[in-house]
Design a protein. Structure first.
Length: 162
């Protein structure tokens, strides 16, 4: 088995030293969904959610989530986030969320993209819970990354996922 990077020689958790890595432009995109009732989807489309503009709040929550990732994930490096884009789209079954995070740093932003999606999804749930108490956050995953030593990757380049 290869060496576990987040454990020291004694087996204790540690933050990986990335100081020897090259600073490069890095990007990661993650997606997720919030499954909602038909009535809740209708309220989102009609702009009648009692708490207000749920999608605007979700976008801001996603951006904030990306920026706060090292505060939430113990061994995640603080990074100079250079851009965050969060897109929330109402579909027939709920809200699809896509977050793309960019940095110029020594490590990737996959965790930041995932956190952006999750916090945006939580905001959708919070904003719509008066209408739908059974919202379900699902299918959160990284779908693409670019930059760094391991190069570019996307679900499509891996043959997708069934």
């Amino acid at each position: 088995m290869s060496e576990l990077t987040h454990l020291d020689a004694a087996g204790h958790a540690r933050m990986v030293d990335v100081s020897a890595k090259e600073v490069t432009a890095r990007t990661a995109t993650a997606v997720g969904r919030v499954l909602l009732s038909a009535g809740c989807v209708a309220a989102l489309r009609e702009g009648t959610v009692p708490k207000g503009d749920a999608l605007a709040v979700a976008r801001i929550a996603g951006i904030q989530g990306a920026k706060l990732t090292p505060t939430l994930i113990p061994l995640c490096h603080p990074l100079p986030i250079t851009g965050v884009e969060v897109v929330c789209t109402v579909g027939d079954e709920g809200v699809d969320i896509e977050a793309t995070v960019r940095t110029t740093g020594r490590t990737g932003v996959e965790m930041e993209a995932l956190t952006a999606v999750c916090t945006a999804a939580l905001a959708v749930v919070d904003m719509t819970k008066a209408i739908d108490k059974h919202a379900l956050i699902t299918d959160v995953t990284v779908v693409a990354k670019a930059g760094g030593r391991s190069g570019d990757w996307s679900l499509d380049s891996e043959g997708g996922r069934s």
